[in-house]
Design a protein around this ligand. Structure first.
Ligand code: ARG
Length: 571
């Protein structure tokens, strides 16, 4: 892609300024107000070296470069040189680039040769996959896609919560109140009901807790019966998770979860001991983090069983050895901030400098309008139900609007699920939010269906063009002077910024940056569509406009894909 900043910097360059092209380039600003041009060059800094008023310097530069063919106009405003790029030139370069790169537009290879691990979703087995899990799942999936797009080799890990003392409780509960048939027919819901019962019963019978502890100890030492039950819970849970991942179009490269590290923990404990980091506290083995203002990291419980934190230390070391990552990203709720702080500090104390490349990407809580969710009390909203509901609702709306839509079922799935994903990725991830059916299914405003509809609208315009037009626009043989209007130009500039927005979203682990830019593009496209007649009689004009429609359609589809959302051709 043409680097406009580079071109402008070359135009502005002059020995007398005492600045290199690179320096000038870095000083260029994009004015928030479009009437101030596309790129502005501030002259304040030059006033001192050139011993002239900055306004005068700006005026001289504007005068000198004003005639360049790259600009429609150059203006001095106060200490700024405001440049307006030649619109036809800008449009032509951008549109040819987008339409020739097609699904690769927006991608780059800055990450070439480096591996990024993205860990996301990571639900606990034998527990419901509920609405709270959607955040890690879809934010993580989008972060993976963003890194993949900018050229990193990626590894998607689902660090399943498939180990720990709660499985002792689960096994005890199943043995006491469960039965095979019920479990088979409705695995998670029945496991949840046994687990809930355990927590009710334990209030009266505290000895149940001891039984659970012993059962877990047997599981950890590999006792056949306990292991078989645990495997059954894991298998049933995975089947349920995979059904939901399938609906969301999400997959993983590895399901190495907590149990995967059970045989790797003794080595970690030995290493911690050898490095003099373990101390005994009330029978447990801990790493004292008080000097760092943190509560201690518990490594082994008094009964010798290992913990969540221990498994995370083992996992980080294993990942470094196995993947030699450039970054190891954990998309996990902000409730676990303390855990990740402790864990990083322990890795640091172990002498692992690469702990700096381990990044916890936190996100806020989802709560329900009717109060907080609680697995223990069985108050949950299943993610699968949410997705199915969204699809059903979408179908109703579509049937009302356009009952003739072909492939209605398929499209309702793409739109309904897209709506849920889009809403998750619309807000800054750190914010808490209240899950509301009304908001998810509000198809007006800045929503997924709105963006998808814009894509379908562009597709429909292109379907109505004839083959010769399509051939002309895909070959880039258009007269771009017809894309001179403000609405066309605003749209073009938004499309131009997409590669930069993708990099920014990846670097900040913040898909919402892309989501918001995508909403801007959709709004800008719709303005262009309403302001201008596209399928006009003048063939040249029609083709120029169609080429912008095609570029917009491509960019919208590419961005939706990076969010993990489908882009239907019709709606
Ligand atoms: N299974 C955990 C939970 O549901 C999340 C795991 C996060 N990942 C990690 N490496 N600790 O809360």
């Amino acid at each position: 892609m043409i680097d406009f900043k580079e071109i402008i910097a070359h135009e502005i360059f002059d020995e007398a300024l005492g600045l290199s092209v690179e320096e000038i380039k870095s000083m260029l600003e994009i004015p928030a107000d479009e009437s101030m041009g596309d790129f502005a060059f501030p002259c304040f800094k030059l006033a001192r070296t050139m011993r002239k008023a900055p306004q005068m310097i700006a005026a001289e530069i504007a005068e000198r470069i004003g005639e360049s063919e790259y600009f429609d106009k150059v203006e001095q405003v106060n200490a700024y040189v405001n440049t307006f790029i030649n619109r036809a030139y800008f449009a032509g370069e951008l549109i040819k680039e987008v339409n020739s790169k097609a699904e690769n537009y927006g991608k780059c290879n800055v990450g070439e040769g480096r591996t990024v691990i993205v860990e996301y979703s990571s639900p606990n087995i034998a527990k419901p996959f509920h609405i709270g899990h959607i955040r890690s799942t879809v934010i993580g999936n989008s972060i993976y896609k963003l890194y993949d797009a900018i050229g990193y080799k990626t590894v998607r890990i689902n660090h399943l919560g498939d180990y720990g003392t709660q499985f002792g409780k689960m096994i005890v509960a199943y043995r006491k109140w469960g039965n095979e048939d019920e479990l088979k027919a409705n695995p998670i819901k029945s496991l949840l009901s046994y687990y809930t019962k355990f927590h009710v019963e334990v209030e009266e019978h505290p000895e149940l807790d001891d039984e659970a502890r012993e059962t877990f100890a047997r599981l950890e030492s590999g006792a056949a019966e306990e292991v078989a039950l645990w495997e059954k819970f894991r298998e049933y849970s995975l089947a349920e998770f995979n059904r939901v991942y399938g609906m969301l179009g999400i997959s993983f490269d590895s399901y190495a979860g907590e149990s995967f590290y059970s045989d790797k923990m003794p080595a970690v404990v030995d290493e911690l001991r050898a490095k003099g980091l373990l101390v005994e506290s009330q029978g447990a083995q801990i790493v004292d983090l008080e000097p760092y203002g943190l509560t201690p990291a518990v490594i082994l419980k008094s009964d010798g069983s290992s913990l969540y934190a221990t498994r995370d230390i083992a996992a980080a070391i294993y990942r470094k050895k196995t993947y030699d990552f450039y970054k190891n990203i954990y998309v996990v709720a902000s409730q676990q901030n303390l855990h990740f702080k402790q864990w990083k500090k322990v890795l640091d104390l172990m002498g692992y400098e690469w702990q700096e490349d381990c990044v916890h990407v936190p996100f806020g809580l989802v709560s329900l309008e009717e109060g907080t969710m609680s697995t223990r009390h069985g108050r949950v909203v299943f993610l699968e139900d949410v997705l199915n509901n969204a699809v059903d609702k979408t179908k109703e709306i579509m049937l009302e609007k356009n009952p003739e839509t072909p492939e209605l079922d398929e499209i309702a799935k793409e739109v309904g699920i897209g709506a849920v994903i889009f809403q998750e990725l619309s807000n800054n991830r750190i914010k808490d939010y209240v899950f509301s059916w009304d908001k998810v299914l509000n198809f007006d405003g800045e929503t997924g269906p709105y963006v998808q509809y814009t894509h379908a609208r562009a597709s429909s315009v292109l379907r109505n063009a004839d083959e010769e037009d399509i051939r002309a626009i895909t070959s880039g043989a258009c007269d771009f002077t017809y894309l001179n209007s403000d609405s066309a130009y605003s749209l073009i500039k938004l499309l131009y910024r997409v590669p930069e927005v993708i990099c920014d979203a990846a670097e900040k682990y913040e898909p919402s940056i892309l989501t918001r830019h995508l909403v801007d593009i959709a709004q800008s496209f719709n303005k262009f569509y309403h302001d201008e007649h596209i399928l006009v009689d003048n063939i040249e004009e029609k083709r120029a406009k169609l080429s912008l429609v095609l570029a917009s359609k491509i960019v919208i589809a590419n961005c939706l894909d990076l969010l993990g959302i489908k882009a239907p051709e019709r709606m």
